[in-house]
Design a protein around this ligand. Sequence first.
Ligand SMILES: [Fe+2]
Length: 187
Amino acid sequence: MNREQANAILEKYMEGEPYRQHSYAVEAIMRGLAKRLAPEEEEYWGIVGMLHDLDEEHCDWKNHPEVHGPTSVEILKKEGIDDTVLFDAIKAHNPKSGMKAKTTLQYAVLAADPMSGFVKAVAQIYPDKKIASVKHKSVAKRFNELRFASGANRDYMEMIEFTGLSLDDLIDVALEEMNVIADVLGL
Ligand SMILES: [Fe+2]
């Protein structure tokens, strides 16, 4: 599957604009992480990021968090995709699915997911709400204010360290890569 095919699947199954923007944000961060961790697999890591929440509008994740991830896998199988590495990474981004992250790719998506929302939340406190205005230092400062964007799981973001990168690296990658597609993200 290439990016174009992955995007066609995303557009088929995901209607909500904020969900799509989140998918593209995580794709961008995953590509940025791949540049540092697996340069040959940049497009693939991006696809993992883009499709990680594919089932958002197709399962009752609020009441049954364990189905978020496995339902995406079912959708992809229905679309003729057969890729265990992709499936396992999608499941591992939600530990409540029962799949625990073990590989570099799995830790990367686990950490990239909450970081995308966290950086967006920081951008939104700026008067212009632009990601271009966000400084690394303010993301790091807000990270330690646990009441700020409390839904963004700090533990998952810190799991980036299992890839060999630091939380500071992850913040840099998120700011840089999300800024490149700021118009798509509305930031
Ligand atoms: Fe997500």
